[in-house]
Design a protein around this ligand. Structure first.
Ligand code: NAD
Length: 460
C-alpha cells in the first residue's frame, strides 16, 4: 500500500466509525466467527509462511503457541461479548436523587495495531479479536521481519473482511512511522521498549491513547527447597520454546547459591530430552535473522571472556541459523546477558543467599513483563508477589498466565503500558461512557441559582 492508500483506508474507516451505529452483539459475534474461520481454514499455510520467515520455525510451536491460543481467545470473546457489552447500573448519589446512572461500553472507533515478528499471528490477531469484540474497525501493521507471513495476513484479511472493517498495511519502519502518526482512536503496539517510546510520542500528537506491550528481563525465582528438576522442566519449556524469542520467556533464573549447578544441569538435561539434536531438529526453532543470531553469539563470547561458565546442549554450529540451548553461570552484571533482554535460548543463572536478596535483585531493575516463582509455600509466594511487581505472574510454571483468557495481559513501567486479553481487552478498546438520567424532578434545578441559601444551609 502506498502512503496515500494507507491514509485513504484510515480516513474511510474513521469516517464510517463516526456515522454508523455501534455493531450489536450478533454482528460482533459474526466478525469473531469470521476471524476464527480465517485462522482454522489456513493453519497449514500460516505455519509454512512463519517457518519460511524464521528460517525454520517448529510447526508444533506455531500450532500450540499461536493458532491455538488465538482461536481460544476468539472463542472466549464470542462467548462473553454480549455480557461484556451490557450497560452496568451504578449507584446514584443521595444529593442527585431521583435519577438513574449507568455506564455504556461504546466502541472507540478505529484501532491501530502494530505487531512484532516473534509471534506474528498471535500478536496481530489477538489484539484484533479484542478490538472487534469491542465493536471497532482496525488496521494492522505487521513486522517487516516476517514478510511471507505479513503478505499472507494481508491477503487473508482482505478475503475475509471489508477494508472498511479490517485492513492490513505492510512495509518497513517508514510505513510504521506513517502508521503510528495516524489519528487512531487507540493504538496498540507490541515490540521493543525503545520503539514503544517513539510510538507513544507519535500518538501524543493526535492525543491517541496507547497500549504498549513491551519487553524486558523476566526473572524465574526458584525458592529454597523447591524440587530443582520440577523447576528446570518449566524453565526449559519457557526458555527454549521459539528458541527463547518470547517476550515472557524467563530471561534469567535466580537460584539458591547451593543449587545453581544442579539447576544448570537439570535445565540442559531437560533441553536434551525435548530436543535430542539441534541442527536438523524441525521441532527446534531458528533465530529469526543472522543479525539477531550474531548478537546472541557475541553476548555469549563476551560472558565467556569475562570468566563466566557457558554450557551448551551441543556445540554451536557456525553456519546454522540455530543456537543450541545454553546456560551461563557467572555472567557479568554489566554485560549484555545481564543488562539487556536476551530474546534467545540462553539462560543465565544467578545465585542468591536469601529470598529477600532475590527479591531485591529483581526490584533493583526495571519492573519486568513477567515473573515466575517456584515455591509451594504460601508465605513465600505472597512475599514475592507483594515484594516484586511485574506485568503478570505464573507460579510454579512459565508462560501460562498469557494463555489464560480470563486474565489481563500487559506490562508495567518499561515493560508496558496498559493490558489487554479477555475482558480487559474489550474494555481497553471501549469508551466507558457514563450516563445520568434525571428522574421525575431535577432537584439541582430547583435549588438554584441564586445559590446563597444553599451554601448557608450546608454550613459554609
Ligand atoms: P520492534 O520494536 O523492532 O518492532 C515492532 C513493530 O514496530 C514492527 O512492526 C516494526 O515495523 C514497528 N516499528 C519499527 N520502528 C517503528 C517506529 N519508529 N514507529 C512505529 N513502529 C515502528 O520489535 P521486534 O523486534 O519486532 O519485537 C521484539 C520485541 O518485542 C522484544 O523487545 C519483545 O520483548 C517485545 N515483545 C513484547 C510482547 C508483549 O506482549 N509485551 C510480545 C512480543 C514481543
Amino acid at each position: 500500500m502506498t502512503e496515500d492508500e494507507v491514509i485513504a483506508t484510515f480516513k474511510r474507516q474513521h469516517a464510517l466509525s463516526r456515522v454508523e451505529a455501534a455493531p450489536d452483539a450478533k454482528a460482533r459475534r459474526r466478525a469473531l466467527t469470521t476471524l476464527e474461520k480465517l485462522l482454522l481454514d489456513n493453519g497449514e499455510v500460516i505455519a509454512t509462511a512463519i517457518s519460511e520467515d524464521f528460517r525454520g520455525r517448529a510447526r508444533a510451536e506455531t500450532e500450540m503457541l499461536e493458532i491455538v491460543p488465538t482461536a481460544r481467545g476468539i472463542r472466549h470473546a464470542r462467548r462473553k461479548v454480549a455480557r461484556w457489552m451490557r450497560p452496568e447500573r451504578r449507584s446514584v448519589d443521595l444529593a442527585l436523587h431521583p435519577a438513574r446512572a449507568w455506564v455504556r461500553y461504546e466502541p472507540v472507533g478505529v484501532v491501530g495495531i502494530i505487531s512484532p515478528w516473534n509471534y506474528p499471528l498471535f500478536l496481530a490477531l489477538g489484539p484484533l479479536c479484542n478490538a472487534l469484540a469491542a465493536g471497532n474497525r482496525a488496521m494492522i501493521k505487521p513486522s517487516e521481519l516476517t514478510p511471507a507471513f505479513s503478505e499472507l495476513l494481508k491477503r487473508l484479511i482482505a478475503e475475509h473482511f471489508a477494508p472498511e472493517q479490517v485492513a492490513v498495511v505492510t512495509g518497513g519502519v517508514e510505513t510504521a512511522q506513517i502508521f503510528s502518526g495516524l489519528a487512531f482512536d487507540h493504538l496498540l503496539f507490541t515490540g521493543s521498549t525503545n520503539v514503544g517510546r517513539q510510538v507513544m510520542q507519535a500518538a501524543a500528537k493526535n492525543l491517541t491513547p496507547v497500549t504498549l506491550e513491551l519487553g524486558g528481563k523476566s526473572p524465574a525465582i526458584v525458592a529454597p527447597g523447591y524440587p530443582i528438576d520440577k523447576a528446570a522442566r518449566s524453565i526449559a519449556l519457557g526458555k527454549f520454546a521459539n528458541a527463547g524469542q518470547t517476550c515472557i520467556a524467563p530471561d534469567y533464573a535466580l537460584a539458591p547459591a547451593g543449587s545453581v549447578e544442579d539447576l544448570a544441569k537439570a535445565v540442559l538435561a531437560r533441553a536434551k530430552k525435548s530436543y535430542p539434536g539441534i541442527a536438523d531438529n524441525e521441532q527446534y526453532t531458528s533465530i529469526v535473522s543472522d543479525r539477531h543470531r550474531q548478537r546472541l553469539v557475541s553476548a555469549l563470547d563476551e560472558a565467556a571472556a569475562a570468566g563466566a561458565t557457558v554450557k551448551s546442549h551441543e556445540p554451536q554450529g557456525d553456519n546454522s541459523p540455530k543456537i543450541a540451548p545454553t546456560v551461563v553461570i557467572g555472567a557479568p552484571a554489566d554485560g549484555v546477558l545481564m543488562s539487556e533482554e536476551i530474546f534467545g535460548p540462553i539462560l543465565p543463572i544467578v545465585p542468591y543467599e536469601t529470598l529477600d536478596e532475590a527479591i531485591a535483585f529483581v526490584t533493583a531493575r526495571d519492573r519486568p513483563l513477567a515473573l515466575y516463582l517456584f515455591s509451594d509455600d504460601r508465605a513465600e509466594q505472597e512475599k514475592v508477589l507483594s515484594g516484586a511487581i511485574s506485568g503478570g505472574v505464573t507460579l510454579n510454571g512459565t508462560l501460562l498466565h498469557a494463555a489464560q483468557d480470563s486474565l489481563p495481559f500487559g506490562g508495567i513501567g518499561p515493560s508496558g503500558v496498559g493490558a489487554y486479553h479477555g475482558l480487559e481487552g474489550f474494555r481497553r478498546f471501549s469508551h466507558v461512557r457514563g450516563v445520568h438520567k434525571v428522574g421525575f424532578i431535577n432537584m439541582f434545578e430547583r435549588v438554584g441559582p441564586p445559590w446563597g441559601w444553599l451554601s448557608s444551609a450546608m454550613g459554609r
